[in-house]
Structure formats: structure tokens, C-alpha cells
Ligand binder design. Sequence first.
Ligand SMILES: [Zn+2]
Length: 191
Amino acid sequence: MAEPGQHCEDDAVNRFVQWRHALPNHWKYCPLCGAALSDRQWDGKIRRYCTQCGFVYWDRPMPATAAIIYDRASDRVVVVTRRYPPAVGGHTFPGGGIEAGEGVTEALLREVREETGLTVVVDAQLGTWSTPSKETIITFFLAHPEGGQLLAGSDALDAKWFPVQAVPELVFSLHQAAFDLFSAQHRLGTL
Ligand SMILES: [Zn+2]
């Protein structure tokens, strides 16, 4: 099986919240002292560097997390419809970026609550992969509902249970790949 995220077309680039993903040469001024940044080689790569205070801009992918929420009794999973770019109206699993000061599963529980109204219990980690653009790394978890009512939150246009066999096409290739992995385990009865 191909590694999730490989051999896929690049997903739509997020141009909505782009400051974090600005190209290094778009960083013009030092965020600490305001002096103009220049280039300098660190660890074999050219990085933006402040000659005044020594600030170095380390350009790194953004960590995120997402959940396949599986209800064994009804054999269904939760799919949300995106409210915000990229891919407004597209189907994905609930999830989002990890905030500073948050643990990985802490972020997952918050994002799931915000997008679906559900509280969930994490059962297993499905894997951690880079998105095709390499801008984000997403850790996918398998979880089951514990409480709350399924209701789309402010981040989602809709949130619904779908039978595993009738999950709509997912808009991001990495979400689709995580679901393919889930489906393989589902067929084997190892979930
Ligand atoms: Zn500086």
C-alpha cells in the first residue's frame, strides 16, 4: 500500500490563513527587533536571519490532528462539511491545528468538540503523515463518541454520520488515505 499522502495530486493550497506558511523570503523584518532580515546558512539551508539580534526564522510544517469517529453499534463515521477555505463545502474528518501549549490529543478533543459538538474517546493512533504540499503534518486518530449531540459547530457547515460503506469522497487526499487505511482495518475486522 502506498504511504498516505504519496502519489496524490497536491491539495488546494490554503491561501486564507497563510502567514504561517509564507515563503521564507517573504519574511522581511525581524519580529523581535524590527530590523531588516537577511539570509544566512544554518544547518545546510539558507534561512532568514537578523544581524541585529540574532533571530533565525526556522520554517517548519504546522502540526495538526484529525479524527475518524467510529460508532461501532451503527457502523457509521462522522464526516464534516468545511465552512472555511480551502475547499469550502468539501467533506473531511473533523480536526485542525494544534495550538501552542496544547497536547496532540488535547487539540483533537477540542477540534472535535468545536466542529461536531461531540465528546469522544481516543482509541488508537492511525498514523502521522505530511500533506502533499509538506506544509502540514497531520496525526490521525480513531475515536468513538462518548457524549454530546452531533451538531455542526462554527467551523463546519455540516456534520453527519455516514455508514462506513457510504462515506462521500473526501476533499483532501491525506484524509482519503487515512480513511482507506481505516477501511482496510474495517474489512479485516481489526477495529
Ligand atoms: Zn532582530
